[in-house]
Design a protein around this ligand. Structure first.
Ligand code: SF4
Length: 326
């Protein structure tokens, strides 16, 4: 983790639920464009979302922007304790502990999946470390390791150990520096810990997505204003499919103007957002004259929309440009 407070916070938020190889180039471009809290606070939310494009989970970008506004209003310095950090928008216990320990040296233990696994094994804890009691036991154990050692180093070393040595299915106890005091190793089956996680149910959704192309090959986009996902992003108009009505009729109902051209239905594409599995059916119409649209709508080049959007747009572009059904 970078030791600069602003950089560490941005990288920490970007790395949540996003693979590191996707984060690195976006992080560098982001901090070049917004070099500190004040610059980020001065930017519009649209610009921040645009710079975040491709990382997904846009709620993090909105919260980071709100956080920057608060920090800038308070003088531009990030607070240094985990307790104060947690009061800022978008900062949960994990991020607060990571920044407080690694940037400011506070003795506050971290809990991520790797540390939870290592701790549950060392303690041979039958309690799930994601639950209240199991979590408290692992945190207490980590706190004990910080006695005399730099807290950030302890947290980072445990995360690294979990990622490389104490892996979920093949813990390499021979190479492990904790082998002496590890109860799970003594018992002979470290993979019995932690107990298996209850998985979150997957929700299946079927969306109709209406792709309207104008004579300049621009697509009609709408800024998503409602719902738990994709809010603030620009996409072709979409809605959950009503299986009792023809798709063409539903497509026309999603548009802000009348379309007389024929509407073609393309093959469904698959897209996942958190635990939602989406089957998106593109309905496409090509209009022969430009149409002015109201606020909240826009015409944009789908290959380079210059608006914050989702990777769903790229999938749609690939799907309708290879489709022969229109
Ligand atoms: S001794 Fe084995 S089970 Fe225990 S922490 Fe090390 S790698 Fe994990």
């Amino acid at each position: 983790m970078p030791r600069d407070p602003y950089h560490s916070l941005v990288s920490e938020l970007m790395a949540q639920q996003t693979q590191l190889d996707r984060v690195v180039p976006r992080f560098e471009a982001f901090v070049r464009r917004f070099p500190d809290f004040r610059a980020l606070a001065a930017a519009s939310r649209e610009d921040v979302l645009e710079a975040w494009s491709g990382l997904g989970y846009y709620r993090r970008a909105r919260l980071l922007h709100r956080l920057a506004l608060e920090v800038a209003a308070g003088g531009g310095e990030l607070p240094s304790s985990a307790a104060e950090l947690e009061r800022l928008p978008g900062i949960g216990p994990y991020t607060a502990a990571a920044v407080a320990s690694m940037v400011f040296g506070e003795a506050v233990p971290l809990m991520d999946g790797n540390i939870a696994r290592v701790g549950a094994r060392v303690l041979a804890s039958a309690d799930d470390p994601r639950g209240k009691e199991g979590r408290a036991a692992v945190l207490e154990w980590v706190r004990g390791l910080m006695n005399g050692a730099p807290p950030g180093d302890v947290n980072e070393a445990l995360m690294e150990l979990g990622a490389t040595v104490c892996t979920p299915n093949r813990p390499d106890c021979v190479r492990c520096p904790l082998t002496e005091g590890c109860r799970a190793r003594c018992e002979g089956d470290p993979t019995a810990y932690p107990p298996p996680r209850q998985t979150r149910a997957v929700v299946d959704l079927r969306w109709l997505v209406v792709v309207v192309e104008d004579p300049k090959r621009r697509w009609l986009l709408r800024q998503v204003a409602e719902g738990p996902i994709l809010r603030g992003l620009w996409l072709p108009p979409f809605a959950e499919i009503d299986s009792g009505r023809p798709l063409e009729q539903q497509a026309l109902g999603l548009l802000p103007f009348d379309v007389t051209q024929s509407i073609g239905i393309s093959k469904p594409i698959r897209h996942s957002i958190t635990h939602r599995r989406i089957e998106a059916i593109p309905a496409r119409a090509v209009i022969d004259h430009p149409v002015r649209v109201a606020k909240g709508w826009s015409w944009a080049d789908p290959a380079n929309p210059r608006l914050p959007t989702s990777s769903l747009l790229g999938k749609l572009l690939g799907s309708v440009s290879t489709s022969s059904s229109v």
